[in-house]
Write a protein that binds this ligand. Structure first.
Ligand SMILES: *Cc1c(COP(=O)(O)O)cnc(C)c1O
Length: 349
């Protein structure tokens, strides 16, 4: 099977499995797991923040961040297709008592001008704005990357109004690779950042939330409340350290594979794609021109040992990662061509 459904499907490398087997561990709820402590220190250093905490999932990291920055009855400004709004089971409402204030942006990137108009002052009618959330790279906008200047404008503007900014940086290392700068520079203006070790960086489990020492100390308490206080988590952190130190350099190849696929998909009759917009490891394309729905398309690909999912009524999403090399991408492409050609011919007949 060539699995391009997500970069979460990456399996731990043999180096990771060895490190996991040999990891020095302790009880992390007591703060005594040396490997977790090392991972948290390194993550904080790499992000240029005072502290970081290991959480089991990105959803928990975002949930804790929303809770840290808001009070009940506030609004969280986010992009309309954002993960925090659409794919986290309404956790901002469930756990933090907040309402999302989604703003649509065709390319997934919010501009300060759009945000400023939606910031609610204290008053007799409005829920006050508690937090601005930005997603970099933007998953459902095809891995779009925030320009550094836009992050600075949003953060400066928000901070002037006393509003905090959280970055859902599940794939912020992909953004850094695309911009050719350090993640530290990208996240410098924001108050907290969550990133995933478990996506293209390849760790089996784990995300990190980084911010001020005070925020992260409080965040540990919310993590415990959410059931995220893990014990000998050093076995996970050992793989996480390899993901963090060694795997950012692998992302370049993922991006080249994504561009290769995007360029080739643009030549297939019936497939719609904005190939030049592909900046990182996510390729979103429209199959409606073939006459097939994404789920039909997906089922036909599966019969050909290729896994790619639909994301809505007309689009599908490929996510490249280190477990599928160029030859695998080439083969997936051939199967997509076959399915598309068969469908287009069938529709004509
Ligand atoms: C994957 C992802 C998350 C976190 O997902 P989990 O499955 O909870 O780890 C958060 N934000 C974005 C943009 C993601 O792609």
């Amino acid at each position: 099977m060539i699995d391009l459904r997500s970069d979460t499907v990456t399996r731990p490398t043999s180096a990771m499995r060895r490190a996991m087997a040999e990891a020095e561990v302790g009880d992390d709820v007591y703060g005594e797991d040396p490997t977790v402590n090392r991972l948290e220190r390194r993550a904080a250093e790499i992000m240029g923040k005072e502290a970081a905490v290991l959480v089991p999932t990105g959803t928990m990291g975002n949930t804790i961040a929303v809770k840290l920055h808001t009070g009940h009855g506030q609004e969280v400004i986010c992009e309309a297709r954002s993960h925090v709004f659409n794919y986290e089971l309404a956790m901002m409402a469930w756990f933090s008592g907040c309402l999302a204030r989604p703003i649509s942006s065709p390319d997934g990137i919010l501009q300060w001008d759009q945000i400023r108009r939606e910031i609610r002052p204290l008053g007799p009618h409005w829920a006050p704005t508690g937090l601005i959330e930005i997603e970099d790279t933007h998953n459902m906008a095809g891995g779009a990357v925030y320009p550094l200047e836009v992050i600075r404008q949003i953060s400066d503007g928000a901070h002037e109004l006393g509003v905090k900014v959280h970055m859902d940086g599940a794939r912020v290392f992909n953004a850094a690779e695309a911009l050719g700068i350090s993640v530290r520079e990208i996240v410098k203006p924001v108050d907290t950042v969550m990133f995933c070790l478990s996506k293209a960086l390849g760790a089996p489990v784990g995300s990190m939330l980084a911010g001020t020492g005070e925020a992260i100390a409080q965040g540990r308490l919310y993590r415990k409340r959410l059931g995220g206080g893990m014990r000998q988590a050093g076995v996970l952190a050992a793989a996480g350290l390899i993901a963090l130190e060694e795997h950012p350099k692998l992302l370049r190849r993922d991006h080249e594979n994504a561009r290769f696929l995007a360029t080739a998909l643009a030549r297939i009759p019936g497939i719609g794609i904005d190939a030049p917009a592909v900046q990182t490891n996510i390729v979103i394309f429209d199959v409606s021109g073939t006459g097939l729905t994404p789920s039909e398309f997906s089922a036909r690909l599966k019969q050909r040992d290729v896994l790619i999912n639909g994301i809505n009524a007309h689009q599908m999403r490929i996510v490249t990662h280190y477990d599928v090399d160029r030859a695998g991408c080439q083969q997936a492409l051939e199967m997509i061509e076959q399915v598309a050609a068969g469908a287009v011919a069938g529709a004509r007949a």
